[in-house]
Design a protein around this ligand. Structure first.
Ligand code: HEC
Ligand code: HEC
Length: 242
């Protein structure tokens, strides 16, 4: 019985090895992934090397999946401009179709898919508490970015819900990776919802004139409220005179 079992294990293992070797050697890929492989040659090969195997300058991308490819490309973190610098949010040099092709190519080496957060299922105040517990130490409570040694945790005002979920599951650069065990998908929804709410502070009330500050807001009071009051005084005054 044991022999049969170990035979089965060996067979399964060799299948797995054959499978991954096949992928690395370029088993048939979708047309999208093939287009991605050309873009890869143009923008990424110099650092990440052939078959995304990695090299002295950059890590292997085999197994990082659509998850990391989508995050690093849609934030403009990649292609990295200079070796040795922290990846930062940059204006995109790749279009949406190029990004989808590159993501398909990198995903063809295996790895996790892009997460699909559902922030509407999350609770803002729970999200705020979780953010304070897990994220604020680096990103600060109002989600405005901060400072840790050797790296700048960026402000989160430009991160889309998708990118927040991706960052939490990837742990880019010095940021820790949070497993489902540390932060469940439901908790992640709440965090995403909180980050969204911090990006759009609620209207404090009153009459929005673009939140330009107290002086112009005061001027509006003077120019509109004062004439009204003076008008009222005049009306009352005339009434008393008659
Ligand atoms: C100048 C060198 C350079 C170029 C060009 C470059 N990268 Fe990178 N890449 C790096 C380095 C260095 C890291 C590690 C950064 C880090 O620790 O966050 C990295 C990390 C990544 C990661 C995250 C890997 C992980 O373990 O999660 C992805 C995905 C990625 N690169 C994709 C790309 C793609 C796609 C391109 C081409 C469009 C590209 N890179 C071009 C240097 C480069
Ligand atoms: C140890 C410090 C640290 C902790 C804790 C941390 N982060 Fe980060 N985070 C970073 C750093 C540094 C980066 C920049 C990564 C890079 O440059 O590749 C980052 C990047 C991000 C980004 C991408 C932002 C952008 O626009 O570039 C998001 C979103 C994010 N973090 C969310 C979170 C959330 C949500 C949590 C809590 C669950 C968290 N982080 C916890 C340090 C941290």
């Amino acid at each position: 019985m044991r022999a049969v079992l170990s035979l089965a294990v060996v067979a399964a293992a060799s299948l797995l090895v054959a499978g991954s070797a096949g992928a690395a050697l370029g088993t048939p890929r979708s047309p999208l992934a093939v287009r991605g492989s050309h873009l890869y040659g143009q923008y990424c090969l110099g650092c990440h090397r052939a078959n995304a195997a990695g090299g002295p300058d950059a890590p292997s991308l085999q197994g990082v999946g659509a998850l990391a490819a989508d995050f690093y490309l849609r934030t403009g973190y990649m292609p990295l401009r200079h070796l040795g610098e922290q990846p930062r949010r940059q204006p995109l040099i790749l279009g949406d179709r190029q990004i989808r092709a590159l993501v398909a190519y990198i995903a063809s080496f295996g790895g996790p898919p892009v997460p699909q957060p559902e922030p509407w299922l999350g609770d803002v105040s729970k999200g705020q508490a979780l953010f304070a517990e897990h994220c604020a130490g680096c990103h600060q409570v109002a989600a405005q970015g901060g400072y840790v040694t050797g790296a700048l945790p960026p402000p989160l005002d430009e991160a889309t819900p998708q990118q927040v979920a991706e960052a939490v599951r990837i742990g880019p650069y010095v940021m820790p990776r949070f497993s489902q065990h540390a932060i469940s998908d439901r908790q992640l929804d709440a965090i995403v919802r909180y980050v969204e709410s911090a990006q759009h502070p609620e209207n404090p009330g009153g009459w929005g004139i673009g939140f330009v500050g107290p002086v112009p807001e005061g001027l509006v009071t003077w120019f509109i409220a004062m004439p009204l009051l003076i008008g009222l005084c005049l009306v009352i005054g005339t009434r008393f005179r008659t």
